[in-house]
Write a protein that binds this ligand. Sequence first.
Ligand SMILES: Cc1cc2nc3c(=O)[nH]c(=O)nc-3n(C[C@H](O)[C@H](O)[C@H](O)COP(=O)(O)OP(=O)(O)OC[C@H]3O[C@@H](n4cnc5c(N)ncnc54)[C@H](O)[C@@H]3O)c2cc1C
Ligand code: FES
Ligand code: FES
Length: 493
Amino acid sequence: MTQMIRFFLNGHRQDVQIRPDTTVLEWLRGEARLKGTKEGCAEGDCGACSVLIGTDRDAIAQADTAAGEPQSDHADGAFRYRAVNSCILTMGQLDGKALVTVEGLKTSQLHPVQAAMAENGSSQCGFCTPGIVMSLSGLAADCASTGAKADDQLIHDTLAGNLCRCTGYRPIVEAARKVVAQGGAVVAAPESDALKNIRPQSGFSYGGSTYHQPQTLKELLELRTQYPQSLLLAGGTDLGVALADYHGDWDEVISTAHVRELREIREDATSFRFGAAVTWAEVLATIGNYYPSLTVLLRRFGSVQIRNQGTIGGNIGTASPIGDGAPALIGLGALIELAGMEGSRTLPLEDFFLDYRKTELRAGEVIASVTLPKLTPDQDYRVYKISKRYDQDISTVCGAFRVTQENGIVTDARIAFGGMAAIPKRVQSAEQALMGKALNEAAVAACAQAIAVELAPLSDWRGSAEYRLMVAQNLVERLRHDLAGEVVEVMAL
Ligand SMILES: Cc1cc2nc3c(=O)[nH]c(=O)nc-3n(C[C@H](O)[C@H](O)[C@H](O)COP(=O)(O)OP(=O)(O)OC[C@H]3O[C@@H](n4cnc5c(N)ncnc54)[C@H](O)[C@@H]3O)c2cc1C
Ligand code: FES
Ligand code: FES
């Protein structure tokens, strides 16, 4: 096995001999002496360390309608650049990719984002500025390659993961508007043929840390069997925080990032199926506005940087009681597919969670995919995230509801909560309380009563048990108003 991690840095090929679990930020500021990338929080929150990662290997959209032919949304083979946080990204994750830092943006003249930031007085102390420039250049590059138009909402979304404490966001937003209005702003790093031909290696090892990059599910499962104690790494937005915070060691890593089956997206008449290693940004791009409420939730899931790297399988794999994906998807009626050497099995997502951080995963198994059912015309779906901040915050309570009604009577209901128990939880007694009734005040009161009986939330610094219970109950009332068309702005939480 080679000792070298191969990638491109600002257009130049690198063969780096380093422990694969070193953070990219540490390497950039240390060995590479590129100090434009800043360290703020070192846990994915502030965006000071933002860089762009380029790859031509996006999720593989496998539309059943398209004669079964796999269709990469990169049929052109072009690199797409996306902003990520380098403080929670490891060197191993760079292999086969292109890394662009703020130093790589400027060639003979300022990059359009840099020029707009300077012209608009968008910087004071400047500590956040390189990260903001990288996020906005990621937006500009994406708009240039997809032809998408960035409106104010997209600009605000893009900046949600970049904290600026002294300039104030108005001049930054104005600079962003200027850049997207100009159009055509692309990453300045040269795209040589060598860059286009770079491919992820099967693995590398250095300094006692080994990093495996299987390409197929079979290879992944064989490696899991061979190295049962290994760390299964998807996007690393969860695992990377612990690594950066506690400086732990990852001696044996198996990455899911290049496993073909886990990168597949399938859509048919009744469902969307996402491979476990599909990122939240890719999920969001696929569902578009199919489930408007889920789209609003996902736009509040971390930040653009987190969604570009974090995956649907990783979110469920954490089994966090306060994660957003699980309650949202249990409420929707999602199924989870688990794969092992003996084959695969599919179960309702709610059955995956057994106890605090304990799941149905058996030794050697991995999460293979998650299937989201499409809604029937008589179904409504809503998910509400209540958190201390609107953006970039963990849920205090997350409530998801799917209600089927016939002639104004509830014929089926699914209700799930995060933040209300040791696991993300479906509340069947609360669902029963709605069945056969009109969604009126009395039905809501019965449902709220069932929630109080079945759920016993914990108190922590995000919210007391009493607060959480009241929020969960009030969300049912909100649902009633929402489905009656009385909630005008679903985002105004
Ligand atoms: C700043 C910040 C903001 C965040 N905001 C949110 C938020 O708003 N809502 C939210 O829910 N989460 C949030 N998160 C947490 C995290 O981003 C998500 O949980 C993300 O989806 C994790 O995916 P990942 O691919 O990065 O997982 P990783 O960190 O790679 O892995 C997480 C866990 O899942 C396991 N795993 C990964 N893939 C598989 C698989 N195929 N089979 C079995 N196990 C697997 C890993 O072994 C690990 O235990 C945030 C994190 C940060 C740092
Ligand atoms: S240093 Fe704050 S997100 Fe990386
Ligand atoms: S310019 Fe000082 S933090 Fe943004």
